[in-house]
Design a protein around this ligand. Structure first.
Ligand code: ADP
Ligand code: ZN
Length: 216
């Protein structure tokens, strides 16, 4: 399966993609995670990415498309992949289509995770990520006083861009640049809409239904 997870910041794309990776055994590719790794290691790409990410803007399309093409060309993507946070612009979607055509592949499905904006802001401000395994958690559903990752014991930290000012800008960027992709994939009959107002488990069930994977 070649999947795309679409949705506003905080919709839960990463969490759902991580669970899908487990049951489908195909890699979860998050452009946000790739950029954060580059920032951490202080590479030139990291410096460039940071200058956009810290403002809530998108990293330029040509750079992002190239990174994803390189990643999708790796051996572990031969049986499928889950893209999380890419494409985020029409130009990226066209770039992806162009690449897939060249290598004789197609997108199977695009899962659009839909949540009210009010809930999204609550999720982003309460989001903590594990420094080590990168898992993402919501402070509201962790036992009070939790400071380490329930999976691996790593330190839980807040992402630099999960502060109110940058969050606002990320929503504007989402509406302007990413939302048109809903129409793009709808027209191509690839879109599956999944609401995510309740628990992670509920949302995951809905995603499995939408992908006709229930009972796997
Ligand atoms: P979220 O979905 O919560 O915003 P991500 O980890 O997917 O978080 O992305 C964090 C930031 O990384 C984005 O705000 C953007 O600056 C940058 N980024 C991630 N993916 C892309 C992409 N496909 N194109 C351009 N910039 C991206
Ligand atoms: Zn962890």
């Amino acid at each position: 399966m070649n999947l795309i997870m679409l949705g506003a910041p905080g919709a839960g794309k990463g969490t759902i993609a991580a669970s899908l990776q487990e049951i489908l055994n195909i890699p979860h590719i998050s452009t946000g995670d790739i950029f954060r790794e580059c920032i951490k290691s202080g590479t030139e790409l990291g410096k460039l990415a940071d200058s956009y990410i810290s403002k809530g803007c998108l990293v330029p399309d040509d750079v992002t498309i190239q990174i994803v093409e390189d990643r999708l060309s790796q051996e572990d993507c031969s049986n499928g992949f889950i893209l999380d946070g890419f494409p985020r612009t029409i130009k990226q979607a066209l770039g992806l289509d162009n690449y897939l055509k060249r290598v004789g592949k197609k997108i199977t499905r695009v899962v659009n995770i839909v949540v009210s904006e009010e809930e999204l802001v609550g999720r982003l401000t309460n989001r903590r990520i594990c420094k080590d395994c990168k898992a993402s958690f919501n402070l509201r559903i962790l036992p009070e006083g939790t400071t380490v990752c329930p999976h691996c014991g790593g330190e839980l930290i807040q992402r630099d861009d999960d502060n109110e000012e940058v969050i606002k800008k990320r929503f504007c960027t989402y509406h302007e640049e990413t939302e048109p992709l809903v129409e793009y994939y709808l027209k191509r009959r690839k879109l599956a809409k999944v609401r995510s107002e309740h628990t992670i488990e509920d949302t995951f069930e809905n995603v499995l239904c939408a992908l006709k994977l229930k009972g796997i």
